[in-house]
Write a protein that binds this ligand. Sequence first.
Ligand SMILES: [Zn+2]
Length: 265
Amino acid sequence: MNFGAEIEVAIARTRAEVARLHDELVRYGLVVWTSGSVSSRVPGADLFVIKPTEVSYDELSPENMILCDLDGEVVVNTLGSQRAPTAVTSAHAYLYRHLPEVGGVVHTHSTYATAWAARGEAVPCVLTAMADEFGGEIPVAPLAEVDPLAVVDGVAIGSSLVALLTAQRSRAVLLQNHGVFAVGSTAKRAVRRAVLAEDSARTVHIARQLGDPVVLAASTIDALYARLPTTAGPAGTSPSADPTTFTPIGARKAPRSRKRAAPVE
Ligand SMILES: [Zn+2]
C-alpha cells in the first residue's frame, strides 16, 4: 500500500520515533518483559504507529512497528503487518478517535503508579512538580462494572479513559486494577508524562510510609500550573512544553472541581 510520498515519509519518521521511544520505557524502568507500549499518530494522516505484541524490547525496530488505522486495524501489506499489534491497540485507537489533539499515547504497568491503580486510589497532588505537570492529582479511571470482560476490552478501556481525560487536567491517568495511560500532543511528551507519573507515584508512596504528606492548597496548584508557558516550543524544551497541557489561564478551573474546564491538551 502506498499513501503518497509525503505521508510515506511521515510514516517512516513515525516508525523510527516510536521504536526509539520504547527505549525510554526501559531506561526509566517502567516496563518488564514485553509489557508497555508507545504509539504515535502519523502527522497528516488518519493512521498511527504502535509496537507489535510479544516482541522483546531489544528487538523493536522501525521495520517491525505496526501501522494501524484509527479503528485499530492493521494496515495490510505494510512493514510489520504480519504481526499482531500490542494487546491494548484498540484502546490507543479509541483515544486517537475521540481526542484529536492527542498525538501520542503511552501505556505501562509501572510499579508504583500501578500499585495506586490496584487500590483504585488517585495519587494526590502533594508535590509542586505534580502541580506543574499534572495540574492536580493523577486520577483513576474505573473499569466498567457491568461487563467483567471490560478489563480486556479496548473500547471499554478507551471510553473510561476519555471520560476522565475530558473531565480533568491531568494528561496521565491510572486505569483501575491495571496500569497507567499518558497522552500528549506528541509521543515524546506522552513518554515524559508516563515517566513523571511513575516518579510522582513513587515519591508520594514513600512519603505516605513516613506520615501524612502536606496537602497543597488548590490555589497553589492553580498558580503553579498557570505559571507555565501557554505556547510551546519544540518538544521537551521547557518543563512541560506541551501545547495540549496549557489551557489559557482564564479557562482554567480549580483542579479538584469535577466541573472544571476540559483541558485543551
Ligand atoms: Zn496493560
